[in-house]
Design a protein around this ligand. Structure first.
Ligand SMILES: Nc1ncnc2c1ncn2[C@@H]1O[C@H](COP(=O)(O)OP(=O)(O)OP(=O)(O)O)[C@@H](O)[C@H]1O
Ligand SMILES: Nc1ccn([C@H]2C[C@H](O)[C@@H](COP(=O)(O)O)O2)c(=O)n1
Ligand SMILES: [Mg+2]
Length: 229
């Protein structure tokens, strides 16, 4: 077996096939560790999934229910654009193209937020988007995530959600969404596979109502109560 996949089993919401049919995930277990935090640093949960898979929506519910500090990489980059910083134009053009901003820029924004916060538990949304992102975080922060949530959603559903989002984002148009999906498959799925192999990945079926999806998230966090209290 190359990788380990953890599925959350609910009475009426179990499934075993991901929208991307990631083949290395062969094991099937209901086992969830009751204590995942052994080291000294803060608890870190990465939140991954394609564009429009519902990461931000579910993060808001996690914050409300479990009090983690939410850092959205995309929001930090958009804030940088809005503040006309030295990287603003480069970031804007990269986002319009559906591409990924250089890792040093994104990690430095995340680092600033983490280091200026008193929080001991972080929800890092939309990061890492690539192996380069992942390696830069480990190198600069000297830390790895404790767990990784993957919101697994079919492409058609993601496209519909993004095109109906109505938040005025420059990347919420069909051309950019198609490019973002290509980038997701080429660069982000390998990272998701990496965490599956490390036994850190929790796959959530991202189809259903917001509350139905959150029940799967709740099952993960309920089992992790030692670190989230
Ligand atoms: N379960 C759901 N069913 C239907 N619509 C949803 C669901 N979850 C979220 N949405 C809607 O889909 C859109 C995208 O959701 P959200 O912004 O949370 O996705 P995201 O994964 O953060 O996307 P991005 O990577 O582009 O930031 C939003 O308009 C949100 O209200
Ligand atoms: N690690 C990241 C996260 C985000 N970006 C850029 C590229 C994304 O398309 C855009 C929006 O992010 P989202 O709000 O959808 O999470 O921000 C990046 O380059 N690197
Ligand atoms: Mg988002």
């Amino acid at each position: 077996m190359l990788g380990q996949q953890r599925y959350i089993i609910l009475a009426d919401a179990s499934y075993s096939i991901t929208a991307y049919n990631l083949k290395i995930w062969e094991s099937f277990t209901t086992e969830i560790p009751t204590q995942v935090k052994g080291g000294k640093g803060p608890f870190i949960c990465f939140v991954l999934g394609g564009p429009g898979s519902g990461k931000g929506t579910q993060c808001a519910k996690i914050v409300k229910n479990y009090g983690l500090t939410h850092l959205s990489a995309g929001e930090l980059l958009r804030r940088e654009i809005a503040s006309n910083s030295e990287y603003g134009t480069t970031i804007l053009n990269t986002i319009k193209e559906g591409k990924i901003v250089p890792s040093e820029v994104t990690v430095s924004l995340i680092q600033k937020e983490m280091e200026s916060s008193d929080s001991k538990k972080f929800l890092i949304d939309g990061f890492p988007r690539s192996e380069e992102n992942r390696a830069a975080f480990e190198r600069i922060m000297g830390a790895e995530p404790d767990i990784v949530l993957f919101f697994d959603c079919p492409e058609e559903e993601m496209v519909n959600r993004v095109l109906n989002r109505n938040e005025g984002r420059v990347d919420d148009n069909i051309d950019t969404v198609r490019k973002r999906l290509q980038v997701f498959k080429a660069l982000n799925l390998p990272v998701i596979n990496y965490y599956a192999r490390r036994g850190k990945l929790y796959t959530i079926n991202a189809v259903g109502t917001v509350d139905e999806i959150f029940e799967q998230v709740r099952a993960v966090f309920a089992a992790l109560k030692l670190v989230t209290e």
